[in-house]
Design a protein around this ligand. Sequence first.
Ligand SMILES: [Zn+2]
Length: 206
Amino acid sequence: MQFGTPDDEVSAVDWDTFKRVCKANPEWKKMWFAKHNARIRPVKYNLVRRKHDDDPTCPCCGALETTDHTFEWDEAKMEEAFITHIAELESHLRATPSKAISDSIMETCRSIHYSKEHTLADNWDEELASTVTNQILLGQRAFIGGLWPKKWLELQRQYHTRTQNSSKSPKVWMSKTIEHTQTLFYHMWKIRNKALNKDEDSYRVR
Ligand SMILES: [Zn+2]
């Protein structure tokens, strides 16, 4: 099933998990995501608007550095951070028994980071493939912000029932999964800051 109207998209979001993740986050992370979701972090685009900078472009590629662009930087250290932390997400996902769900979430994460459509096989489970598509359509902001379709949790629950697995609650698994993806993008943000601060220092020397 694809989303129909914008209202369908919003009602398809797993608000309970979103609230659980927000509640579980430590104070600093709550602040970070509040700023992220409000698009008010000091990215170049915002700094120019606030007259703290006169160049709104990304030092790596020259594109406008908006909040969304910070997670799409095409730069070696950012890529390294992405690869390191996506491996952590993967080991969290692998601890649960559904490989198809894990692979689908991994592919969603890559699609969001590289701004591309998913490359799941044509014979991929239809429900999973459409959940991936729906998540990508909701966009990077929703994904990093923790607004994921309810379908993820439903599919994980179905899997648990089918396999009579009682090791981990699907709800807890879902929240932890979102927390891992948020940590991944948070680390990318830190790398971006480090790279830019270095630049700012060299401007000052000049
Ligand atoms: Zn760039």
